[in-house]
Design a protein around this ligand. Structure first.
Ligand SMILES: [Zn+2]
Length: 472
C-alpha cells in the first residue's frame, strides 16, 4: 500500500497543544500518528506549516442532480411534471457546476467531508430519491459527502437523518406557516435544519429600495437587517417545539444577536439547538462591502445578508466564548453556493441569486480569526473539525472514528502554512477547480493569509498547492 509519512513541528492535538511528530497516511487505512523525530520521512514540512484535523463543512451547495429515468419520476414524483423538460433542466444545471468541482474546491480549503444541500431539480425528497442522490454523490465525490434530505409538504421523514427545511427561505419554497407546521409534524422525533432568513412582512425589497434609495451594494444587506433573522429563528424554534423534533439546527447564523437568541433558548426547549456559524460572516460586514471593488461587491450578497460591523464583532466574540466554555454543538458552515455570474446579476434593479463560492477559501477565513480576533488553533479545530464532524457522524457512517488526532482514527487532515500571504487568482482557480464560471467575492482583497499544502482524505494525500492531485 502506498503509505506516506509526513512530518511537522506543529501537529494539532485534540487538547489544543502543538507537538512535533509525523502522520502516516495510507488510502483507506486509519491514521497512524507518531510523536518526535523519525526516519523515513516522505514529506518534511517547512517549520511554519501545521497539520490539523481535516475540516468538515456541513453546508455546501454542489448543485448537481441525478438524472432520473422516466419510471423513477412516475413512481417517486414530482407528480404532473413533464419528464423531458425536467431532464433538460437537470442537464442544464449540471453543465454549470459539478460534484467534482465542489470536491476540488473543498480539498483546496482543507475540507475533508461536506454536507450537501438538495435544492436541486429532482432533489433528495423522500427516502428513495434521497438514497439515489446519496449514491450518486458518493460515486462522484472525491471526499465523503452527506446528502441532507429535502423536506417537502406531505412527504414522510427520512428516518434517523437531518431533514432540510427550505420553507422559510427568501426566494426558496416560501411556504406558509401552516404548511411548515404540517411538514414539521411529519418529522416528529427526527432532526431538522433550516435557513434562517425571510422577507419582511410589511415591506418588499422593491418597496424598501424606493423608500430609501440606498446604494445597490448595500440594498440586500440593509433590507435583511438581522431583525429578519431573529423573526425567522423565533418562529422556527416554536414550530420545532410544537412538532416534537429531536434537534433543530439553525444554518448560517450571521450576527451576534442571532446566535445569542439560540443560546438563550437552549435551556427552555426540549429539542436540541445546534448552531452553524456562517463562515464568511466572520470576514464580511457592511462597511467592508462598500470598500470593495464595486464589480465584486455587487455579487457579494448572502442569504442571510452581511451584518453591521458591530453585529459581526459580537458574533465573533460570542462564538469564541461558546466554544471555549465547552459548547460541542456550535460549528462553522460555508454555504458554498457556486452560481454562475449571470445568475447573480441585478435584474430590474434587484439582486439575483444570493450566495458565493466560499469553501476553497475556508483557510483564509479561519486566519482572519486567528490573526485579527484572538482565536486559538484549538478554537478553530473545534469549530471547523471536531464539532461539525461529530454532528455529521450522527447521520452518516464514516469508516473510522472522526474528529480526533490519534492512531486508529480516520486519516482526515488539513496541512497548511498560515504565514503565507494570499491573493485570489481567478483564472488559476477556474482551471485548478475545473470551474469555468469561477469568480470569488474575495477577488481583489488584500491582507489575506494562508496556503493549503496537502489535504488528506481517508488516508489519500492530495497535493493542493496547485491543481489538486493525489500522491498515493
Ligand atoms: Zn445554503
Amino acid at each position: 500500500m502506498p503509505m506516506l509519512r509526513i512530518a511537522s513541528r506543529n501537529i494539532h492535538l485534540d487538547g489544543g497543544s502543538l507537538v512535533s511528530g509525523s502522520v502516516l497516511c495510507t488510502p483507506g487505512e486509519p491514521l497512524e500518528f507518531e510523536l518526535g523525530n523519525r526516519f523515513g520521512i516522505d514529506i518534511q514540512l517547512p517549520d511554519s506549516a501545521h497539520i490539523a484535523l481535516g475540516r468538515f463543512d456541513p453546508h455546501v451547495h454542489f448543485r448537481e442532480a441525478v438524472v432520473p429515468t422516466r419510471e423513477e419520476v412516475e413512481e417517486h414524483g414530482p407528480a404532473g411534471v413533464d419528464y423531458d423538460q425536467l431532464v433538460a433542466s437537470i442537464r442544464q444545471a449540471n453543465a454549470l457546476y459539478s460534484v467534482r468541482s465542489g470536491c476540488l474546491a473543498a480539498l483546496k480549503g482543507g475540507v475533508t467531508a461536506v454536507g450537501a444541500m438538495g435544492n436541486t431539480p429532482w432533489g433528495p425528497v423522500g427516502a428513495y430519491r434521497h438514497e439515489r442522490t446519496q449514491k450518486h454523490y458518493t460515486q462522484e465525490g472525491l471526499i465523503p459527502i452527506v446528502v441532507w434530505p429535502r423536506m417537502e409538504p406531505g412527504v414522510a421523514a427520512v428516518s434517523r437523518h437531518e431533514g432540510k427545511d427550505f420553507g422559510s427561505t427568501f426566494g426558496g419554497s416560501g411556504l406558509t406557516e401552516d404548511a411548515r407546521r404540517e411538514m414539521f409534524a411529519l418529522w416528529r422525533h427526527e432532526a431538522v435544519s433550516y435557513h434562517n432568513d425571510q422577507a419582511r412582512s410589511y415591506e418588499t425589497i422593491a418597496e424598501f429600495k424606493d423608500r430609501t434609495n440606498i446604494d445597490d451594494v448595500l440594498l440586500h444587506h440593509q433590507y435583511f437587517d438581522g431583525e429578519t433573522v431573529l423573526g425567522c429563528q423565533a418562529k422556527t424554534m416554536a414550530l420545532a417545539e410544537q412538532a416534537g423534533l429531536s434537534s433543530l439546527l439553525a444554518r448560517h447564523i450571521p450576527t451576534g444577536p442571532a446566535l445569542q437568541q439560540i443560546l438563550d433558548a437552549r435551556p427552555e426547549k426540549t429539542c436540541r439547538l445546534p448552531a452553524e456559524i456562517g463562515l464568511d460572516y466572520v470576514y464580511w460586514y457592511r462597511e467592508r462591502l462598500l470598500a470593495q471593488r464595486r464589480e465584486t461587491a455587487l455579487i457579494n450578497y448572502r442569504r442571510p445578508a452581511h451584518p453591521s460591523h458591530e453585529d459581526q464583532l459580537y458574533l465573533i466574540e460570542l462564538t469564541r466564548s461558546a466554544v471555549r466554555s465547552g459548547d460541542r454543538e456550535i460549528f462553522f458552515g460555508s454555504d458554498h453556493a457556486p452560481h454562475p455570474l449571470e445568475a447573480k446579476a441585478f435584474q430590474d434593479g434587484l439582486p439575483g441569486s444570493p450566495g458565493t463560492r466560499n469553501i476553497e477559501h475556508s483557510l483564509q477565513y479561519y486566519l482572519e480569526l486567528t490573526r485579527n480576533h484572538g482565536y486559538s488553533w484549538a478554537d478553530i479545530d473545534r469549530l471547523a473539525s471536531i464539532n461539525p464532524s461529530k454532528h455529521m457522524a450522527q447521520y452518516f457512517d464514516f469508516p473510522y472514528e472522526i474528529g480526533t488526532m490519534r492512531s486508529g482514527a480516520m486519516a482526515n487532515l488539513a496541512i497548511f502554512d498560515p504565514e503565507q500571504p494570499y491573493q485570489v487568482d481567478r483564472d488559476k482557480l477556474a482551471s485548478q477547480l475545473e470551474d469555468p464560471h469561477y469568480h470569488s467575492a474575495l477577488e481583489g482583497e488584500s491582507g489575506l493569509f494562508g496556503k493549503s499544502l496537502f489535504t488528506v482524505v481517508n488516508g489519500r494525500v492530495w497535493d493542493v498547492q496547485n491543481e489538486p492531485k493525489p500522491l498515493n
